[in-house]
Design a protein around this ligand. Structure first.
Ligand code: FAD
Length: 481
């Protein structure tokens, strides 16, 4: 450490300016703490704003437009196939990202939060060393702090056996660059990031194959929801290979030769070439290279910083939030934890104990769930009652030509209290908000069934699923038992 670099003092330093970090910095400044927000990135907003949620949803919106225009032929409305102007798409994506990043900067300025671009590492429990953001080598400053919040996020995981140095093998960041449109794309990993990126490229014209080691897409999500999505994805994608492992990859000129094998070793290995390969096999918390060993912070075997319900680490001066503090790695979980951490630092009563963290997969159709899933209930031996309302019985779903949907609610059999809500269908990501509120407020199926849902909307499927908890629903007759 260069002792001659300038040292500053602050109440709170936040490391990482993603949705967790900037939310924490803003909440602390609103309480009149002196805050410094440090990030190595060129723009604030972290992974979510710069290379995650926002660019992916911008491009998914475009994919949705392409698909809708194509399907309109079935309604008697024919469009010409679209002309894809990749440079134009990139410009639009950059404008969206830029506008959001400028908004974060402006909000920071208005609150007096200083954003410092630097690579940070801890020297001890109350000192942060700032190094040059690009080379991480040259120290440029030091911050003495009373409290620090680690909001350093996560990065794409790597499978060592598949870690070949090739420009044709992408992680999610490279895929969202949209540098070119490959004729064929292999997506390794059937989780939400792989399916979302696959959906974008398939709409733009690539032949997309998805390979997943387990026997189903979106491990962890309820199978009845996934089935609805999968039946459409089998048409969107060229191939979906389940229970299949990629064992080897090699660059062959302008393509990548991929070796597949049955995950259980049952089928003989085979090879296939793809123009590009996307590795989307999960994310790794950025808890290394932070100097945590010089503090009392404890890190789990998976690399997550261990925290209590107030987001406190084992070190009195240090808190952690967002992806680096554990699953689920979602932006809205990070920003909620940010508020809890700041409230705890300010001595206010606070705890991160959500009843429902919504999960949304922005595929076509979308899948969203909140609270208890049927899968989790079965694993934990919790007795539940499940009612399902298929969108074939929804007037609005029929009007938009999208009956491929299902809304289900999971209730406690006796009290009919809502424990979980799961939705697959167009706009599921918006519809799930009602489920989150219902679970959070301790509502019962009766409360939901008696709430008046506007007609004709897809939200009626939530009310009708709740009605079904008592036997029958207006648009779905079930004879009494
Ligand atoms: P991050 O957003 O990861 O930010 C961490 C910041 O810390 C980064 O800017 C990094 O530069 C900085 N940093 C790290 N180490 C240091 C250091 N030592 N010094 C200085 N700076 C440092 N989530 C959703 O909820 N909805 C979605 O639709 C969604 N879509 C996604 C799509 C993709 C393709 C990806 C990759 C992720 C997506 N996510 C989504 C996940 C979401 O991006 C993360 O959960 C979220 O960004 C986590 O926020 P965070 O504040 O914990 O950290």
């Amino acid at each position: 450490m260069n002792e001659n670099v300038p040292t500053r003092e602050t109440d709170l330093v936040v490391i990482g300016a993603g949705p967790g970090g900037y939310s924490a910095a803003f909440a602390a400044a609103d309480r009149e703490m002196k805050v410094i927000l440090v990030d190595a990135g060129e723009h604030p907003g972290g992974v979510c704003l710069n290379r995650g949620c926002i660019p992916s949803k911008t491009l998914l919106h475009i994919a949705g437009l392409i698909n809708q225009a194509r399907e309109a032929a079935g309604f008697g409305l024919k469009f010409q196939p679209p002309e894809i102007d990749l440079a134009g798409l990139r410009r639009w994506r950059d404008r969206v990202v830029g506008k959001n990043a400028a908004g974060v900067r402006q909000l920071a300025r208005a609150r007096g939060v200083e954003i410092v671009r630097a690579w940070a590492r801890l020297q001890d429990s109350q000192t942060l060393v700032l190094a040059d953001a690009s080379n991480h080598q040259q120290d440029v400053g030091r911050v003495r702090f009373d409290k620090a919040i680690l909001a350093v996020g996560s990065r794409p995981s790597i499978i060592p056996a598949l870690d070949i140095d090739s420009p044709h093998v992408w992680d999610s960041t490279a895929a969202l660059e949209l540098s070119d449109l490959p004729a064929s794309l292999l997506v390794i990993g059937g989780g939400y990031i792989g399916l979302e990126v696959g959906t974008i490229y398939a709409a733009l014209g690539s032949e997309v194959t998805v390979v997943e080691m387990t026997d189903g897409l979106l491990p962890g999500a309820d199978r009845d929801l996934v089935r609805v999505l999968q039946s459409r994805l089998t048409r969107t994608f060229k191939d979906i290979l389940l229970s299949t492992k990629v064992t080897q990859m090699a660059e062959t000129g302008s393509a990548v030769s991929v070796t597949f094998a049955g995950a259980g070793g049952e089928s003989p290995a085979w090879q296939q070439s793809f123009d590009r390969v996307l590795l989307a096999v999960g994310r790794t918390p950025n808890s290394d290279r932070l100097g945590l060993e010089k503090t009392n912070v404890k890190v789990s075997a998976r690399g997550f910083v261990e925290v209590d319900q107030q987001q406190r680490t084992a070190d009195d001066h240090i808190y952690a939030i967002g992806d680096v503090a554990g699953d689920p790695m979602l932006a809205h979980k990070a920003s909620r934890q940010a508020k809890v951490a700041v409230e705890a630092i300010a001595g206010e009563p606070a705890a991160f104990e959500p009843r429902a963290i919504p999960a949304v997969v922005f595929t076509d159709p979308e899948i969203a769930w909140a609270g208890l899933t049927e899968t989790r209930a079965a694993q934990r031996g919790i007795e539940v009652q499940v009612s399902r309302f298929p969108w074939g019985a929804s007037g609005r779903a029929t009007a938009i030509g999208r009956n491929d949907g299902l809304t289900k609610i999971i209730v406690a059999p006796d009290s009919k209290r809502i424990l979980g809500v799961g939705i697959v269908g167009v706009g599921a990501g918006e519809l799930i908000a009602e489920g989150v509120l219902a679970i959070g407020m301790g509502a019962t199926a009766r409360d939901l069934a008696a709430s008046i849902h506007a007609h004709p909307t897809l939200s009626e499927t939530v009310g009708e699923a709740a009605e079904l908890a008592f036997g029958t629903a207006t648009h779905l007759y079930r004879p009494p038992r």
